[in-house]
Design a protein around this ligand. Sequence first.
Ligand code: ATP
Length: 228
Amino acid sequence: MIEMKGVHKKYPNGVTALNGINVSIHKGEFVYVVGPSGAGKSTFIKLMYREEKPSKGSVVMNGVDLATLKERKVPYLRRNVGVVFQDFKLLPKLTVYENIAFALEVIEESPKKIRRKVMEVLDLVKLKNKARFLPNELSGGEQQRISIARAIVNRPGLVIADEPTGNLDPDTSWDIVRILEEINSRGTTVVMATHSKEIVNTLKKRVIAIESGRIVRDELRGEYGYES
Ligand SMILES: Nc1ncnc2c1ncn2[C@@H]1O[C@H](COP(=O)(O)OP(=O)(O)OP(=O)(O)O)[C@@H](O)[C@H]1O
């Protein structure tokens, strides 16, 4: 599904964030990306939805090289990739329903289909009863569940989550990870950057550890491997 070969990323300020990444992630996998602060995890993730381009090397997703993908084709890529952020990034003036529907309106789905799909994902994250609420009327965990609903409403093949539990307490974090597991069990590939030792060591999945821009460990059913 995603193959990176010889990937380097140097930012315009001269910082080298990735320094020779070679990795394949297959359809249906659940992958944790771990490593110290500043190691390059977010940069690694940003390459997968073309938020950043590599300075060198290739990032191929389903046969398409994102390094050379034309700007006007990026929206097509993004339909197949749902992204979840640490700080939710919901639009504050839109209701929960509208935040999710927005992702479908831009691809010109019919109103009937939009309604069905939004209610389906709200059901999955167990927040149907909050459809008319504004984001700031929800708890952090609920906001993150909405942002996951928004990420999956187009049924993407890949969901990327960059520290999705970073702003949440442990119990709420578990709710979020369980939802990501559920999505993964239905066939969606999930890549999640995290600093949560507890989650990584409890739910054994593939672990890719990045340090100073390099993959230093890549294990199936791996451990977090840092003090926390
Ligand atoms: N837009 C940018 N411009 C310049 N340097 C950047 C940019 N984004 C990240 N960096 C630098 O690249 C390096 C890797 O950053 P990155 O955010 O990928 O690390 P990270 O592993 O996700 O860290 P954290 O766990 O703290 O989120 C850091 O030195 C960072 O300062």
